[in-house]
Write a protein that binds this ligand. Structure first.
Ligand code: 0O2
Length: 235
């Protein structure tokens, strides 16, 4: 009789954590490559910074309780989508969709779910782009698709979310109606700020394009001059 590869829950737990850690590494590497390519080819980095984490046991317990499920490894794998989480912070909203599209187009990434809380913010004002993806983890003898939740947001959205997380999201019922209202107002300001910053950035890009256009013209005439000088010298 074949022995199951992982025959008790401690081993199952260890294997699960190993896979989620590997998945975070895989996606982090992909993102680093994308950002470096942008830096090399466009002198621009769409990713301001990124953080990653494996969900804490307290957070897992809380979520499983909320879902009314027993705390078992198969249940965690099945019901908790954000065991492996990566948060990407961008300067502009356009970068968010750019990064999301690049990831979606990678052949080894399978998109399982998209939640666009930017197009449709949550009633409390929460705004962020969530992608649930499966990435293949290649082991010695098998390939295991592992889920990673990728949250992509601007610096301003992140500022709002981390404050809201601290004062309300984790302690439902704790915040007063006034605080809730204040937060919703701030979320609107954040959305407005992001729009204005992106408009400034678009304007700068247009100006740069014009400048670069002129620069290319100057280079061309200089290059032509240099070419002539080579011809003249050799005559
Ligand atoms: P923590 O502490 O960040 O880990 P689903 O994935 O569809 O089964 P879930 O998990 O509710 O259901 O998915 P969703 O809506 O994508 O939210 C997942 C994560 O997004 C949360 O993880 C938060 O990190 C963040 N998030 C969602 N809504 C809010 C919000 O209103 N405010 C803030 N600040 N963050 C939010 P966790 O596990 O809930 O928390």
């Amino acid at each position: 009789m074949d022995l199951p590869m992982f025959y008790n829950s401690a081993d199952e737990w260890q294997r699960m954590m190993f896979l989620y850690n590997a998945a975070v590494k895989e996606v982090n590497t992909k993102l680093e490559i994308i950002n470096n390519e942008y830096k090399m080819t466009k002198q621009y980095n769409p990713i301001e910074h990124l953080t990653s984490r494996i969900k804490s046991i307290q957070s897992i317990e809380k979520k499983m309780k909320r879902y009314g499920k027993d705390l078992t490894v198969p249940n965690i794998v099945k019901y908790i989508n954000d065991m492996a989480g990566i948060r990407i912070i961008c300067s502009f909203t356009s970068d968010i969709y750019r990064i999301a599209d690049i990831l979606k187009n990678q052949s080894d990434i399978r998109v399982l779910k998209i939640k666009d809380y930017i197009a449709q913010p949550k009633p409390n004002g929460y705004s962020s782009y969530h992608m649930l993806v499966a990435v293949p983890i290649f082991l010695t003898n098998e390939k295991i698709e592992t889920k990673v939740e990728i949250q992509i947001r601007t610096i301003a959205m992140d500022f709002w979310a981390s404050l809201e997380h601290k004062i309300y999201y984790k302690h439902e019922g704790y915040a007063t109606e006034k605080i809730r209202k204040e937060l919703a107002d701030c979320a609107e300001i954040v959305a407005y700020l992001d729009k204005r910053m992106m408009a400034i950035n678009d304007e700068l890009k247009e100006m740069n394009k014009d400048l670069l256009g002129n620069y290319t013209e100057v280079r061309k005439t200089q290059d032509e001059r240099e070419d002539y000088s080579v011809i003249f010298d050799s005559m």
